[in-house]
Design a protein around this ligand. Structure first.
Ligand code: ZN
Length: 370
């Protein structure tokens, strides 16, 4: 049988209908900030999806229609009281899932479709229908905890998908590599005591959540050593991200030997992002994708699944996303990132000494107790 080389793609118009309303930036204080469109609005994701189409890449992708996750699948991670609370608010006029996570009526079903879309992508890869896959889902998931929505996330899509895979297949070891600019706190918490899921998060130091994501959070009990945080200093760019993948992530993956690699994929580490203070650009995401593909090729038959998280620059997320899709599929389209050259030549893109020092400390976390 010929090797599976195809790349799966999950998206759905309904994801764009998740309505976060108007907001006062990140503060609930309505006295001094005129309400504005919420940062987590459909525009960045819609433009990413549309650029993939305009670039002509859909012909080379396997379009995978997302399914709705069942409540029982959500309950593999979230508490019944939390799920009931979200459903009740969604059936009424909407509400807030906890911390900074507003939603309108009907969000419950869209959140189920987001978790289900990530399940669809992971299932397609594990079934061998596609080699790798990208799930462009919304709302995002990596901040959501078992009983608390946080940071625009209602259900933790990646956690639900991984728990589904482990419950229904002979899959044991899964690694996550979260490159969203914010700490993947929900994913970390889900598997903190679990030695079979290696969770790695590369994020901006003490940004969101402010009190989590330090180097000292390494997992506990049987899970000790299986959580790695790389809290990069603000201002980190191409050099720092690639050094992190090369010196921390790839060695950790080789030590752990996962059966599939799952990436909570946010593009808010991009240099035009309003909610991040990092300097990654499209070629950074392309190179990180290539390095993870090489590791996945060596370790688990190339099985790599990305699920969309943050990224709030309507003009730039699409180019970062397209670069990832081109790399995953091996098809370079005719589209060039019009901002790549100026991004690449900006000061500070090279690995800086204080970033190198942080990565050096993270390297010491890689010796997994296995
Ligand atoms: Zn983020």
């Amino acid at each position: 049988m010929a090797a599976v080389t195809k790349t799966g793609w999950v998206s759905h118009e309904r994801y764009m209908w998740h309505d976060t309303g108007r907001a006062t930036a990140l503060s609930p204080d309505r006295r001094w900030i005129q309400a504005f469109e919420h940062y987590e609005n459909p525009e960045t994701k819609r433009r990413f999806r549309n650029l993939v189409e305009v670039a002509g890449l859909f012909d080379d992708l396997v379009v995978l229609p997302p399914r709705i996750a069942t409540v029982n699948e959500i309950l593999r991670f979230h508490t019944p009281a939390y799920v009931d609370r979200i459903r009740a608010m969604s059936d009424a006029s909407g509400g807030n899932a906890g911390e900074g996570t507003p939603f309108s009526a009907g969000a419950f079903e869209i959140a189920l479709l987001a978790a289900g879309g990530t399940i669809t992508a992971l299932d397609a890869v594990l079934d061998g229908r596609v080699r790798n896959a990208y799930a462009l889902v919304r709302p995002p998931g990596h901040h959501a905890e078992a009983d608390l929505g946080r940071g625009f996330c209602i259900f933790n899509n990646v956690v639900v998908a991984i728990q589904h895979a482990r419950a229904t297949r002979a899959i044991r070891r899964v690694a996550t590599v979260d490159w969203d600019v914010h700490h993947g706190n929900g994913t970390e918490k889900a598997f903190y005591r679990d030695p079979d899921v290696l969770t790695i998060s590369i994020h901006q130091d003490r940004w969101y959540p402010a009190d989590s994501g330090g180097l000292d959070e390494r997992g506990e009990g049987p899970g000790e050593g299986f959580n790695i945080n790389v809290p990069l200093p603000p201002g980190s760019g191409h050099g720092a991200y690639l050094a992190t993948i090369e010196r921390v992530v790839v060695p950790a993956l080789h030590a752990f030997r996962p059966e599939v690699v799952v990436v909570p994929s946010g593009f808010d580490g991009g240099m035009y992002d309003p909610l991040g203070r990092m300097m990654a650009y499209s070629e950074t995401y392309r190179a990180m994708t290539r390095m993870l593909m090489t590791a996945a090729d060596a370790l688990c038959g190339g099985r790599l699944v990305l699920s969309h998280e943050g990224g709030y620059s309507p003009i730039y997320v699409p180019f970062c996303g397209l670069a990832v899709m081109e790399e995953l599929s091996g098809v370079k389209t005719a589209v060039d990132d019009p901002m790549a050259a100026r991004s690449a030549s900006a000061g500070g893109q090279e690995l800086q000494p204080h970033q190198d020092e942080l990565i050096r400390r993270a390297e010491r976390l890689v010796s997994l107790p296995r």
